[in-house]
Write a protein that binds this ligand. Structure first.
Ligand code: 13P
Length: 256
């Protein structure tokens, strides 16, 4: 039996409202019967395009995701958006702790942990990003960074019941236009992350509750090389998800 595959399209701060809706609609009309069988496609547009994309993908198997959520549910937090508000719009997934938010927006291990808890409490699925910077890799601190990020991210996180979590290994040095990590580099981190999850939650939890995916310059040419690893069940895709020209060949590799 084919494994379930998850492709998360992170559109970042790109595409107009109309551009995001048009792309979502084109994806919906592209072999709709195949998307949703063993392939789950999640579109994460900017907050401003969530409504338009939600309408575009209505009555399809495509899911809606957000790129961030605040760690309070409501209150005097100007400029923030809560998981409750996102859920209202039909959002099912939330990216938490992307390296660009860590770099530019003050996201840190503590806020990532708080956000994961709130997202889960709302019944949404967090897509947690882990990854070392180029400097950390050069200084041979990649593993230390991943251990720190993951240990804090999962601190007191309840994974009982239906709760599940996506963990993404997305090294900062592999985000386009840089070349991707090699499948072997991904495999090494996957093993480390699986062991850490086992240390925290015990045996069996990684397989039952964690969906492990890779991000960083994933495209049609390389996507299957990452998926050959039994533990990797998907990809977080930036640039290659922004046009039908690039995204359809990637999807085709997974459904044919
Ligand atoms: P690219 O696929 O453009 O390298 O972006 C990766 C990323 O940051 C997805 O979250």
């Amino acid at each position: 039996m084919k494994k379930d595959i998850y492709i998360i399209a992170n559109w970042k701060m790109q595409l107009s409202n109309q551009g995001a809706a048009d792309l979502a609609l084109s994806l919906k009309n592209y072999k709709p019967s195949l998307i949703g069988q063993n392939l789950e496609l999640v579109l994460c547009p900017s907050f401003t395009a969530l409504v338009a994309v939600s309408e575009a993908i209505r009555d399809s198997n495509i899911k809606l995701g957000a790129q961030n959520a605040f760690y309070h549910e409501s209150g005097q937090y100007t400029g923030e958006v809560s998981s409750t508000q996102l859920k209202d719009l039909g959002v099912e997934y939330v990216i938490v702790g992307h390296s660009e938010r860590r770099k530019y927006c003050g996201e840190n291990d503590d806020s990532v942990n708080r956000k994961i808890k709130v997202v889960l409490e709302q019944g949404l699925t967090p897509i947690v990003c882990l990854g070392e910077t180029p400097e950390e890799r050069l200084e041979k601190k990649a593993e230390v960074t991943i251990i720190r990020q993951l240990t804090k991210a999962l601190e007191d996180v309840d994974l009982s019941g239906e709760r599940r979590i996506f963990l993404t290994y997305e090294p900062v040095w592999a985000i386009s236009p840089a070349p991707p990590a090699t499948p072997q580099e991904v495999d090494e981190m996957t093993q480390l992350i699986r062991q850490l999850v086992r240390d925290i939650y015990g045996d069996g939890i990684f397989e039952k509750k964690i969906k492990f995916i890779y991000g960083g310059s994933v495209d049609a040419q390389n996507v299957n090389s990452f998926l050959e690893n039994d533990m990797v069940c998907g990809a977080l895709v930036g640039g290659a998800s922004l046009t039908m020209d690039k995204f359809v060949p990637l999807i085709k590799k997974l459904i044919t």
